[in-house]
Design a binder for this molecule. Structure first.
Ligand SMILES: Nc1ncnc2c1ncn2[C@@H]1O[C@H](COP(=O)(O)OP(=O)(O)OP(=O)(O)O)[C@@H](O)[C@H]1O
Length: 260
């Protein structure tokens, strides 16, 4: 079943076009990556899908229902969105941040339910936040903060999760750990759409990729088929070699030096 359907999306900032005729659909239970050069429209696309920017042209359906027909709270029960640079409120602890993910599920009197507690504990365990639980969130390192934010997103317990570069501040060990956790989420039949710059990680972990180039879909399909030398050279104006990882054959992208 299709979780998200995007048809002929066009968008511009102050009359400057940024996205052109973008169409795709996301099946349930898959990890889908959006790749593309800086400024190609990846964050703009995610913000539109999350209802953070107004649709100008085209249609977005979430679980078969028009995006515009959802209230803010109803939308937050369907999809969780982690922007590229989320703003951390001063003074809150990691525990409170993760609990905040339950807000869309709470009723008029903000009753805290057993289900809320269960989802918060689950998010804490998956993101291994126990040692950070009572820390002031704004005092965390970049990587720790990213895990805390992901904990909040997991606690929201939505079928669709949109993440804008969730591994950008992480060292290579944590990157792998977080990507494994994100993969784990899709085994629960959730769909995750992730903006990611690291093409090797994208090819290794994502089921499918959407490659954007100047606001247009340049390629779309199974991750390891999308990452070709021709596409990478063209999109990033570079000259790469693509090797095969020794463990599972996933593409490893090695840019050649530019010798003068
Ligand atoms: N609020 C804004 N007002 C005007 N122009 C914007 C705004 N946000 C983004 N843009 C422009 O829209 C284009 C696409 O930006 P966007 O952030 O979506 O790209 P991106 O692919 O996510 O880039 P990056 O990989 O650098 O994060 C860029 O030219 C950018 O300068």
């Amino acid at each position: 079943m299709t979780v998200l359907q995007v048809r002929n999306l066009q968008f511009g900032y102050h009359q400057k076009p940024v996205l052109h005729d973008v169409s795709f659909s996301l099946p349930r239970g898959k990890l889908i990556g959006i790749v593309g050069p800086n400024g190609s429209g990846k964050s703009t696309l995610l913000k539109l899908l999350a209802g953070q920017l107004p649709l100008q042209q085209g249609e977005v359906d979430i679980q078969g229902q028009a995006l515009a027909s959802f209230s803010t709270k109803a939308l937050a029960r369907q999809l969780a969105f982690l922007p590229q640079r989320p703003v951390m409120a001063e003074g809150i602890r990691v525990e409170q941040l993760v609990q905040y993910g339950r807000h869309p599920h709470q009723g008029w009197f903000n009753q805290w339910s057993a289900e809320d507690a269960r989802q918060v504990a689950r998010a804490r365990d998956i993101m291994q936040l126990e040692p950070l639980w009572q820390r002031i969130a704004s005092s965390l390192s970049g990587g720790q903060a990213q895990r805390a934010w992901l904990g909040m997103i997991l606690a929201q317990n939505t079928d669709l999760i949109l993440l804008d570069e969730p591994t950008s501040a992480l060292d290579i060990g944590l990157q792998t750990e977080v990507m494994e956790s994100i993969r784990h989420i899709t085994t629960e039949n959730r769909t995750v759409l992730i903006v990611i710059h690291d093409l090797g990680m994208a090819a290794r972990y994502c089921d499918e990729l959407i490659a954007l180039d100047e606001g247009r879909v340049a390629a779309m399909g199974p991750a390891r088929e999308v990452i070709t030398k021709a596409l990478v050279d063209r999109l990033y104006n570079t000259n790469v070699d693509i090797l095969a990882a020794p463990d599972d054959g996933a593409p490893v992208i090695v840019p050649r030096r530019r010798t003068s």
